[in-house]
Design a protein around this ligand. Structure first.
Ligand SMILES: *Cc1c(COP(=O)(O)O)cnc(C)c1O
Length: 348
């Protein structure tokens, strides 16, 4: 039986959170003399709501959850860090990642002095369920599954994810940063059945707000309350929350851009496959393509010289000679292909 309280670090469970002025009094009033703010209105002279209630309500409506199931952080990176701090005792507990995957899990673990155990994905970039569960022990608190996965681009097999959630003793974090490019595949509808599932999403990718820094955590309201207790009270600025609300209220624009980017991904896949430089264009459920090339380092340097920057992933496990290419505007994608065509006889 999974009991959330038993998983949480003792000091976090016992924490008496900082009570901000806006926590102690959040109702209506004519005169606010409680927070040492500058009283002259300019649209931002007051502290923002530490629980980001309006923002979370809009997100909950979009995701089909209750507002109490929604956490908002300064990017997903803050959510990742907070989860590690809630569950992992430094120097004692460990967490599991599935390489090749997103780099921040291991960086955040290192900052918090938490051991990282690796269970490599299979050559088709799917979790090896038995091997993954075999790396865990009674001190394993978190298992990070990135789906769709960065840098490989594919969704993780749903039945494998479910077997991991059922078999793992701690919290399974499914990072769905790219889920808006394949919305039917979210694990949100598994939350009701699995109290140890926690989902991370972001406004940085499909929503076009990487500059805003807004990450989303979705899960058990009890865990959301714990995360609220330990985060810096005003982690989302008023300006950021307002911009996000405005754009979230117009999802049509996001959906149109996603459709265009998916069409463009198809164009890039097709054109890249025609090149002799290309060995494999891996299947993608995201707005990027992992491409195995002949001589990826040389192509990377050549493209940089043409002022076109892609990501060289050659040094990541299972990604030898791979470039990760983000789908750009139609014009940008055609520039990339036109730049590659003249060097397509590099090996001959
Ligand atoms: C881009 C990305 C994020 C987003 O991080 P933010 O801090 O929300 O910008 C999270 N996870 C993965 C796997 C990503 O690729």
């Amino acid at each position: 039986m999974f009991v959330l309280e038993d998983q949480i670090r003792k000091n976090i469970n016992a924490l008496k959170p900082y009570a901000s002025a806006r926590d102690e009094y959040s109702g209506e009033a004519d005169v606010f003399l409680d927070a040492n703010e500058n009283p002259f209105p300019n649209g931002m002279n007051r502290y923002p709501d530490p629980h980001q209630r309006s923002l979370r309500r809009v997100i909950a409506d979009l995701k089909g959850t209750k507002p109490e199931q929604i956490f908002t952080g300064n990017g997903s990176d803050e959510v990742i860090d907070l989860l590690i701090r809630v569950f992992c005792n430094p120097g004692k507990d460990n967490m599991i990642i599935l390489p090749p995957t997103y780099g921040m899990y291991a960086v955040s673990a290192a900052v918090n002095e938490v051991e990282v155990r690796e269970a490599q994905l299979t050559p088709s970039f799917q979790p090896d369920v038995e091997a993954t569960l075999a790396t865990s022990d009674e001190n394993s608190r978190l298992l990070f599954i990135c789906s769709p996965n960065n840098p490989s681009g594919n969704l993780m097999d749903r039945s494998a994810v479910i077997r991991l959630i059922e078999g793992f003793g701690g919290i399974v974090v499914v990072d769905e940063a790219y889920i808006d490019f394949c919305p039917g595949a979210s694990t949100i509808n598994l939350l009701a059945d699995y109290p140890n599932l926690f989902i991370i999403q972001t406004l940085s990718k499909a929503w076009g707000m990487a500059g805003v820094r807004l990450g989303i955590g979705i899960g058990d309201p009890k865990l959301i309350r714990i995360l609220d207790n330990i985060k810096p009270p005003y982690n989302i600025s008023l300006l950021n929350a307002n911009v996000a609300i405005k754009r979230l209220n117009n999802p049509g624009k996001m959906h149109d851009q996603v459709q265009l980017l998916l069409n463009e991904r198809g164009y890039l896949e097709c054109e890249l496959r025609k090149l002799k430089l290309t060995r494999v264009v891996y299947h993608s459920d995201t707005n990027f393509l992992l491409v195995k090339m002949n001589k990826a380092n040389e192509i990377f340097r050549f493209l940089t010289g043409q002022k076109i920057v892609v990501r060289n992933r050659s040094n990541a496990i299972l990604c030898e000679n791979c470039l990760r290419i983000t789908v750009g505007t139609p014009d940008e994608n055609r520039k990339l292909i036109s730049a590659l065509r003249p060097i397509d006889n590099i090996d001959e």
